[in-house]
Ligand binder design. Sequence first.
Ligand code: SAH
Ligand code: SF4
Ligand code: F3S
Length: 441
Amino acid sequence: MLPKKTLNMDNKYIYIKSYGCQMNVYDSNRMKDLFLNKGYKLTDDVSKANLTILNTCHIREKAVEKVYSDIGRIKKVKNSKNNMKIVVAGCVAQAEGIEIKKRSPVVDFVVGPQSYHKLPDMIKNSEEVLNSDFLQNEKFKNLVYNSSNLSSEFLSIQEGCDKFCSFCVVPYTRGPEFSRPINDIIKEAKKYVSNGIKEIILLGQNVNAYHGISYDGKTRDLSYLINKISEIDEVKRIRYMTSHPIDMEDTLINCHASNPKLMPFLHLPIQSGSNPILKKMNRKHTVEDYLRIVDKIRTVRPDIAMSSDFIVGFPDETDKDFENTMKFIENVKFVIAYSFIYSPRPGTPAQHKDNIETPIKKARLSALQSLLNEQQVKYNNSFLDRTMEVLFEKNGRHKNQYIGRTIYNQSTFTESKTKILNKILKVKITKTSNFSLECQI
Ligand code: SAH
Ligand code: SF4
Ligand code: F3S
């Protein structure tokens, strides 16, 4: 029998590290709230922690390696102080379960992304592994919701994925698509604004597949939800991510024209600009489908800033396929995008083939990133001397420095002797670079 592990929860410190996507950040915030509610204090110093939670990501092999190397380092801290428990939560916990404890016996608890509301009980009852159920509904009902930020807060409205792209672990780690009821989301948004939050970022692995139950028992889509949230006076800005092209309905596209609180920024991953590769990826849309969406949205909201995700070196990707991806990027003119080298993932349909040589993958990634970078620089330069609205969200590294974001999601900084945190102000852009803008109030 495994030894009993108990934990006294009085006056204890909790350390949480989040890996991967924004939904993990949201989940980490909820775990933090659960334990703060039980009297824990938060620390960013792992050596002080009595409970260390690693909220992990399984999306690429590197993300998983990072977790195991961190566990190695934390093991030394744990062994030197003797009163720390280690929890592995998140998507690696869901995918690997008990194997994590076999590989790293120093880990005390393993909990998947749909079961973490039970973590305090697991610890109390010495239950070491819980990753089997997809309990989305039960989870959201049993969480604690406090703001972690001053201005902008993530709010998960949808979870899971039914799309099964051939490269991706998410349908297995997060389970089937689930939409939270509108009422619960509005309540959570109101809680955040009562703490001063001005911007709500709606999250989901397929956020635009949202179809939640409304007050009247009817199922409503994302545009309806956005309009409902925008009725809350104190909410000044709404964003959403991540969307899938096949769920990009006209109602949502039109919402970008009709709802001034919905920010003109769309993160819409395509993965490749070549149809044969999209087919092998099981993406269920073509390059032309994507371009039609871009056309439609630019018709109703010409200034929309487009963002995307790309995978290079997918099995059988030819030079021609890659060239088409480059042409596609030039055509759409993304203002920002994330790009990754293909990583074969256990349990996914594409896992058995990885036939593009590493130097070719690296060269393609580097060419693609240079092009994206060039577009980003050009885009940001076009804002020089322009006046725009910025929500100032945090202090910068220097004295009197503040950092905020434009409506197009660009990071912007300025110096101010008066306090401007959590204010939306008109600024003039005075300097630009690829990653940020400098402004004057
Ligand atoms: N739901 C979103 C994104 C999910 S994961 C979508 O539909 O696009 C975030 C990004 O990680 C993906 O968009 C993809 O670009 C990348 N990714 C996912 N699996 C990967 C893999 N096996 N190798 C490399 N990148 C991957
Ligand atoms: Fe993964 Fe595809 Fe689902 Fe996005 S849509 S989470 S890439 S399976
Ligand atoms: Fe990673 Fe899980 Fe998010 S695999 S990207 S943390 S949904």
